[in-house]
Design a protein around this ligand. Structure first.
Ligand code: 5RP
Length: 261
């Protein structure tokens, strides 16, 4: 199963598998959303079954909640948890300053609330998402349905004065209709190409009343694990220079997953 994954999925798996080594008994965890985070939830489920690891997880989307429950992880709400020891989540882009674009899966609002309520945020990713400057990936905004076209015009005014290369905006579609988030809102994707001042742009966008939250994550992420298709996982930790590299044996992981899933 693992050995037969596509190279991209092997890289995601390698990052996810390495990330669950950071999880300790008794932890309250934020569980991210997306294809990389889904591997992390499955790997955590294996640790719960095989080692009797005791953890409680706060999912960042209804999709992750369903998967976590399927994997035997005790699911609680953020308010039941109060505070979290660690959040593990994916990202669409990351830069050398641990700044991220998230929200490709439409869950960045819950993801940011959960990450902000955690002692540490660990991001699981792959080399394709490592960028010198954020912005090639469309920046998502979660927008309230009421007055959404007016909100879009206000966003375009902010972009007119912003240090960006592109200014396209598009409400995200799902089939024939608009994509609806778990909170009942819509997602406005901004095609910016390059974001020269992520902090300034984030503050200006979040000051628009109809914008609930944008997908820029700054001063939140502490650890980045970059998975590679050959099983390597490279870990960068904020405040610690250098990188640490480990390597997975896909054949061994295969045995674990075949026995358990
Ligand atoms: C969801 C997210 C995801 O973490 C991000 O889109 C990365 O997803 P994937 O691991 O599938 O590439 O922010 O809102």
């Amino acid at each position: 199963m693992i050995a037969e994954l596509s190279p991209a999925d092997k890289a995601k798996f390698a990052a996810a598998r390495r990330a669950v080594d950071f999880v300790e008994d008794g932890m309250r965890l934020g569980l991210g959303t997306g294809s990389t985070a889904a591997w992390m939830v499955k790997c955590l489920g294996n640790r719960v079954r095989n080692e009797g690891l005791k953890i409680r997880g706060v999912p960042t989307s209804s999709r992750t909640a369903a998967l976590a429950a399927d994997c035997g992880i005790e699911v609680i709400t953020l308010d039941q948890a109060g505070w979290l020891d660690l959040t593990i989540d994916g990202a669409d882009e990351f830069d050398a300053d641990y700044r991220l674009i998230k929200g490709g899966g439409g869950a960045h609002l819950q993801e940011k609330i959960v990450a902000a309520a955690s002692d540490r945020m660990l991001v699981i990713t792959d080399p394709s998402k490592d960028v010198a400057t954020l912005g090639a990936f469309p920046l998502p905004l979660e927008v309230i349905p009421f007055g959404m076209e007016t909100t879009r015009r206000l966003v375009e005014r902010v972009l007119a004065d912003a240090d960006v290369d592109g200014r396209g905006t598009a409400f995200r579609k799902a089939g024939e209709g608009l994509f609806v988030t778990d909170e009942g809102n819509h997602t406005l994707d901004l095609q910016l190409g390059r974001i020269g001042d992520p902090e300034g742009l984030s503050a200006a966008l979040n000051a628009i009343p109809g914008v609930v939250e944008n997908g820029l994550f700054m001063n939140i992420c502490d650890v980045i694990v970059i998975g590679h298709e050959d099983g390597r996982a490279v870990t960068r930790q904020k405040g610690k220079g250098g990188e640490e590299e480990t390597r997975l044996d896909f054949a061994e992981e295969d045995k674990l997953f075949q026995a358990d899933n």
